[in-house]
Design a protein around this ligand. Sequence first.
Ligand SMILES: [Zn+2]
Length: 530
Amino acid sequence: MSRTVLVNCTVVDARERPVSGAAVLIDGGRIAAVGPYAEVMPAAGDAVVLDLGGAYVTPGLVNMHTHLSLSLPGPGGESVRTLGPYELALYMADGARRTLHSGVTTVRCVAEKDHADFALRRAITAGRVPGPRIFTAGRALVCTGGHGHEGSDTLECDGPDAFRRGVRAQIKAGADLIKVMISGGIAGEHERIDTPQLFADEMRAVLETAHAWGRKVTAHAGPAPVVAQAVELGLDCVEHGYQLTPEVVAAMAARGTALVPTLLVTRCKAFFDELGVPEWMQARSLGAGPRHLESYAMALEAGVEVLLGSDMPPFWDFEGTSATVRELEHMAEGGLSPARALYAATLGPIRWLGAEAELGTVEPGKHADLIAMDADPLASASAFRSIRWVMKGGEVVRDDRAAVPPDPDPVAAAIDDMYDAFLAADRARFDSHLHPEVTTWETHLPGPLRTRAELDAYREARDSSGERPALARLAAEDKRIDVWGEVAVARYVLVAEQPGAPAERTRVTDVLRRTGGAWRIAHHHAELLH
Ligand SMILES: [Zn+2]
């Protein structure tokens, strides 16, 4: 397999030690080296160089509550529920491709129809269709008539023996984990959100059997008493948690039970409208929203591990981004810092899945499942809205960076700020707009300043001899800016006014390069006009 080296990027992962000016060497689909450019490049040899233009690189997102064969009540869901087996597999393959392209490189499926998820995973692994890495529960286990019983993505079981058989049947098919519905939910017409649906002996049978086979168990669960009982019996993860209490979140924190809050499911009216979801379900969903958010805040407060999961298809175009990113924004707005949001979207889920030796961080030895974005994810979870590039196993599966329309505004802003900094005598801010290898050629200088060192020497001499101009105004006017990828050219007239003297006008051409997300002047040419 080919070798690639990513350059001109800032590497960020949940270990919170960002490396700017970084390079990432990828060999055979895995990360071979990561660090400062100068340290990595000697090992790169003939690797193909991929310039990421100052982007932020993180591990791919993980969506822990995925249904690629989701079918809610209403006509939208009906069109999925009635697909034949071949159409269903193709439908799910399309969802898998879209999911990967949205930047989600790993999913945890928590109820899929007809075991088509296992066929899909085999096809992805074999390279026949593109898609994320899939960890799946197969069918979810549910009591007769329980939550989600209408679809072929659940298996009805009653009594401990039937639940044991249900667990074993999923594992036999290839399940990595077990999903069980232990209470009612939003999408069930004959139940309430707080309807208990499993008896303790059934829940115990699920947990004992799954754990004996080395599989974790996650439960669709709303009300606190049901969650409390399951946590006590050894449940590994709670989905939704609509009606938690301080007592139950304390128990979850103490026992290390994770929460995938799926906040979107009680705040996605436009999605429901798009699918024609009936009024009774919409009312129940949106009505549960405030209590749901309160539960989530309690869990955060108690120190429960929270993990990203959307329930909506991960890639779904929703409120200007994907459902996955929108969910992460809701989690952040509910009290998760950007750093913890990054963890909840990458390393946290990977640890729950037991895959941290292979995935979850940008470290040597791990799969090169990476995404690149324009904005800094440690500044805001909304940075993931700017994902433009996706790599899985060392292969670039999406690259939209060329499609970004050139934007002259940040270039103009950098130039204006530089002259503001000059007026404010703020040398550090002025210099932040200069490329380390800036060359300067001004007609009123004794000669070209070929390096930054020559520029610094000139400025020292000028300032120490008291010749630094005291200006009332310094402004770039009549700007004409062109941007080509990571390079820009700006032409403008620089107007300098000293108090009581006529304005001095200089015609300037600046060449700028974008590095580390900022435009910096690499060459400055100025000609005094008379
Ligand atoms: Zn779900």
